[in-house]
Write a protein that binds this ligand. Sequence first.
Ligand SMILES: [Zn+2]
Ligand SMILES: [Zn+2]
Length: 262
Amino acid sequence: MTFNYASVASGSCGNCHYVGSDGGSILIDAGLSGKRIENNLQSIGKDIKDVMAIFITHEHVDHIKGAGILSRRYDIPIYANEKTWISMKDKMGKMSENNVRLFENEKGVGIGDFRVKPFKIHHDAADPVGYSICSGDKKISIATDTGHICQDMKKELHGSSLVVLESNHDVEMLKMGSYPYHLKRRILSQSGHLSNDDAAMFCVELAKEGVENILLAHLSRENNFPELAYQTAIGTLKMNGLDESVNIRVLKRQEASPVHSI
Ligand SMILES: [Zn+2]
Ligand SMILES: [Zn+2]
């Protein structure tokens, strides 16, 4: 059985993740134009027509931009919790009622051979979630747009074969950079975005738990560099003697990643 993950794009300009198996595929978020999502999927040999559902993490535009158009064009249902749906529905255009699927965070959603489990994250949105997607005994988890990682999130992420983890900004670059004060405060807050340092520390915990693949995601264009995010994570792992036990990659903002099979 195959169980695949690819980033369609990941960064402050737009986020979309692909998870697929023999039984079909899903997208987590659709925060780029519909056309770019289609093209990026095509660049890794995947077809939007095989997508069974789009799951939304939260209503910010970098996570929902292309969701409405893809739903209309390819008759794809959109899954979100109720508060997120209420906050995003005005930006979705006309949706077929049948393609609006609301879930409760506590309950997972079964679709194809996946079990999709939302979990709460800490971000300034209505009711933001990350997702764990299980197929057989394997688990892929996606945790971006979170100001910190709480104990409950840790429980959800442990046991994953692959974790997509936010590594949004370098704290010094953000502090010295050109963003207005209120925006800096928002990003640095407990319900903002995860820094390179915090991501790196959490990589150590994940590596100790036996997670073998970590993909650093949602990098800021203004306040980060891919090499800096990577070096922060690998340097911290090295200090803990764990750099050999885990595969660290950085996801690109504009391009799809290679398909990771687990
Ligand atoms: Zn957000
Ligand atoms: Zn975001």
